[in-house]
Design a protein around this ligand. Structure first.
Ligand code: ATP
Ligand code: PMV
Length: 518
């Protein structure tokens, strides 16, 4: 067990009991930049999802005082609760010890994501608020409930058990945080970054609950030092738990929301990834530490567009795919450099084209809406020739760029012999992109068979009669024979990053009938 010492003198403290704390963080879709975003020379277009991960923290356990004990419950899954003892010693150190009952309870042996988040935030807390305050903050025991919106986990079983068709409108009939009746090890995750959203939500909830940071620190301003600290701590814990330093786009978007993301230099985490925990963590993670040189540019999709996500039935081993692509890249640096340069430039052009559409809406909302309503009734291949107006031309350009990106991703897959956009996904995407009002689509992140994303136009409210490209795409999905295509979240708003929630509201959600209390 590691332990940690305090920097402040043990003074008697006035105890003010802390009320409950609730925090949420969004999932992610990497629309463009898979593989390239591992290199700080390139950026990724990351959209935060409407699906969010929630952490609810309150004192006592099942309403009873439980000195220095912490229980973390994940009630959507079988055997998913873990209990720990916070250990304070006379010389002012703190440590976290998994309780014996974890194995007795039949819990999955342990959850390193949860345990590392608790342990490392306790170390930071004793550095920042001191031994006495931290001891008080845990002396009644803590009950922590962590839940992810349904889209993080395949709902196919839920839909079939309820006799509901596999369509977007059915998703709203499944209770929020629905019980999956399976273990975490067996659940089919949908690739929305559940662990990054979990860690960012749990770490932030603990930092707020232990008063290491204030709720005011959680603005979405990428320049906020408090938010940067939260980002750094969440990246640290997530990389420790995953056992690797990925690009970090998922934790960054969970923290700051939708963005154009450029990776921090991975070396910043090297001193923290070993067995030995540094005696002081704060200097490495503080928001003003310039070694954390990620670049975060707020981004949002254009107005009157909706991001549709579908979960496809075969899984993809992302780490293995990354390994094979990078080893090919090493074996053919010349060809890889050409491809990375062309793909990186096209990704940047797509980001600019999408941001330009938002600017065109700002410039003339009426003209923008009129153009979108018209394009809702045409397949994208006809857009460029249909009108010379700048909104039409801008959407035609965005569509063209997504198709060029798909071509480069297929080329990367062919050269590295990794199924990045395999033929089955190509056929499904081409069928979707032939529908009216579809701006573009592709395989998110590392690609493979996990999922597809489709960006569709939505008619203005004044034009309710306009055709709905979302339903046209959904017809392709429901009629698709080659693979099982299940709809996921379908969001218009570009989600904010990690934020404090009203604990009473979250508690009400957790008491609803469809949510199974353990
Ligand atoms: N509701 C939850 N409660 C507890 N732990 C969870 C929960 N959801 C996810 N996790 C943890 O996150 C791990 C998944 O993290 P991993 O890095 O393997 O995948 P990921 O890339 O986050 O997956 P995806 O992007 O598909 O959501 C699970 O094995 C589990 O330990
Ligand atoms: C392949 C990679 O660049 C993106 C992986 O994205 P996803 O987890 O498949 O959504 C890996 C990374 O950035 O960590």
């Amino acid at each position: 067990m590691s332990s940690r010492s305090s920097t402040s003198n043990p003074e008697p403290v006035v105890v003010e009991r802390a009320g409950p704390t609730a925090v949420s963080a969004p999932g992610k879709v990497l629309l463009a930049g898979g593989y390239l975003v591992l290199d700080p020379k390139y950026s990724g277009i990351v959209v935060s999802t409407s699906a969010r991960f929630y952490t609810f923290i309150r004192e006592r356990i099942d309403g009873q005082p439980a000195g220095q004990k912490i229980v973390v419950k994940s009630p959507q899954f079988l055997r998913a609760s873990w209990s720990y003892q916070v250990v304070f010693t006379k010389n002012g150190t703190v440590g976290l010890v998994p309780s014996v009952e974890n194995s007795l309870l039949g819990s999955e042996r342990k959850n390193k994501f949860v345990q590392l988040a608790l342990e490392r935030v306790l170390f930071l807390a004793i550095e920042k608020v001191g031994y006495q305050l931290l001891k008080v903050a845990t002396d009644q025991g803590l009950e922590i409930i962590i839940v992810g919106d349904n889209d993080f986990y395949s709902q196919r079983n839920q839909l079939s058990e309820r006799g509901l068709p596999n369509v977007i409108s059915s998703l709203a009939q499944i209770p929020q945080f629905a019980y999956t009746d399976c273990s975490l090890a067996d659940v089919h995750k949908t690739g929305l970054g559940s662990s990054a959203a979990l860690i960012t939500s749990l770490v932030t909830g603990l930092l707020v609950h232990f008063k290491v940071i204030g709720a005011a620190d959680l603005t979405d301003d990428p320049k906020s030092v408090g938010k940067a600290f939260v980002h750094n701590v969440a990246q640290y814990v997530h990389c420790l738990a995953q056992g690797k330093v990925g690009s970090g786009f998922d934790v960054s978007s969970a923290t700051f929301g939708s963005q154009l993301y450029t990776r921090f230099a991975p070396e910043v985490l090297q001193p923290l990834m070993g067995e030995q925990v540094p005696t002081k963590l704060q200097p490495f993670l503080i928001g003003t530490n310039a070694s954390w040189n990620q670049r975060i540019q707020p981004f949002k999709l254009p107005p009157q567009t909706s991001l549709m996500l579908a979960d496809v039935d075969a899984g993809t081993d992302t780490p293995a795919a990354v390994g094979r692509v990078l080893s090919w890249k090493k074996s053919d640096p010349q060809k890889a450099s050409e491809l990375w340069t062309q793909l990186g430039a096209t990704n940047d052009q797509l980001a600019a084209a999408l941001s330009n559409l938002t600017a065109l809406h700002t410039k003339n909302p009426a003209a923008y809406a009129a153009a979108v309503d018209r394009l809702c009734g045409q397949p994208p291949k006809q857009w460029a020739a249909s009108s010379k107006d700048e909104v039409t031309q801008a959407f035609a350009l965005a569509n063209k760029l997504t198709e060029v990106i798909r071509g480069y991703m297929r080329e990367m897959g062919r050269l590295s012999q990794v199924p990045i956009e395999p033929a089955e996904q190509t056929r499904l995407l081409d069928a979707c992109l032939a529908q009216n009002g579809v701006v573009g689509g592709g395989v998110p992140g590392a690609g493979g068979y996990d999922a597809i994303w489709i960006l569709t136009l939505t008619a203005s409210k004044a034009n309710a009669a306009a055709p709905s490209s979302m339903s046209e795409v959904e017809s392709v999905w429901t009629g698709w024979k080659e693979m099982n295509v299940s709809p996921l979240s379908c969001g218009e708003s570009m989600e904010r990053g990690v934020r404090v929630e009203n604990p009473e509201t979250v508690l009400e959600w957790l008491k609803k009938p469809g949510y199974v209390q353990h």
